[in-house]
Design a protein around this ligand. Structure first.
Ligand SMILES: [Zn+2]
Length: 256
């Protein structure tokens, strides 16, 4: 039985039998795993304080031939969402649910792991959760090709990072942006959804910087609200197309 150690993020847990838990976790190096944490529901369990959603843990686990579930030897918390401000716990569950939906089993994706871990670190540092949520959603949507990799107009190459003041149009099905001038040139044929100059500026910031550098977004309430409803629509559409879990769809529709 090969034994692995890894950095991982706890995504969710279920009860199993009398005292055990099944733990779904995203490893930094080998993708998403499901494992059994023996006696995790007993008092003084060795897993105590390590299984809250989005906890960054150091885990040791072993894989068994022909079994889908791995066995967890230990999970030691490196950083817990419980150490952040009170409001971060609900958001931590939301981030963990989205990672669970986005990460296929056993498919290594270090980018997703780093995204989750860096957002957890930023929450612990007191970065506002609303800005972090929009940051997190932007990166998930970008990894899926809903947002293009570069913030440029797909027709004329206008770089919104330098001159976002006119706003742009996002076509989520094609994953392209169109500047206002090109959209006007198309006879006012708007491609997709409007992005305000403020929203473009936020995305440009999110694209180039880590979540700890989001800084003070107070005063950006209108922009964050715009991106919240846009991202919700984009994610619901994406998840439904991918036939993912109705659980997250419900959470998104009621506004997590
Ligand atoms: Zn253009």
């Amino acid at each position: 039985m090969p034994l692995y150690t890894a950095d991982a993020l706890v995504l969710r847990t279920y009860k199993l039998g009398e005292a055990d838990r099944i733990v779904v976790f995203l490893t930094a190096d080998r993708g998403k795993k499901r494992g059994v944490a023996k006696a995790a529901r007993r008092p003084k369990s060795r897993f105590m304080g390590a299984l809250e959603p989005l906890t960054h843990v150091r885990v040791a686990y072993f894989e068994r031939e022909m079994r889908e579930l791995v066995g967890l030897n230990y999970a030691e918390p490196v950083r817990s969402p419980l150490s952040g401000p009170g409001e971060s716990v609900g958001h931590a569950s939301y981030f963990a649910e989205l990672l669970d939906e986005w990460a296929p089993a056993d498919d290594p994706n270090e980018t997703l792991f780093r995204l989750g871990a860096s957002v957890l670190d930023a929450m612990a540092d007191g970065v506002g959760v609303d800005g972090l949520a929009r940051y997190f959603e932007y990166w998930l949507l970008r990894l899926q090709g809903v947002y293009p990799p570069h913030l440029v107009c797909h027709r004329c190459g206008e770089r919104f990072t330098g001159r976002p003041e006119a706003g742009a149009w996002l076509s989520p099905l094609d994953g392209v942006l169109t500047c206002a001038a090109c959209a006007d040139g198309l006879g006012g044929h708007r491609l997709g959804t409007a992005l305000s100059p403020g929203a473009l500026a936020f995305l440009s910031h999110a694209r180039a910087r880590g979540p700890r550098e989001l800084g003070d977004l107070s005063g950006a309430g209108t922009v964050l609200a715009e991106l919240e409803s846009l991202h919700r629509a984009l994610m619901v559409r994406h998840l439904e197309r991918e036939l993912r879990s109705p659980r997250v769809l419900r959470a998104m529709k009621r506004g997590h």
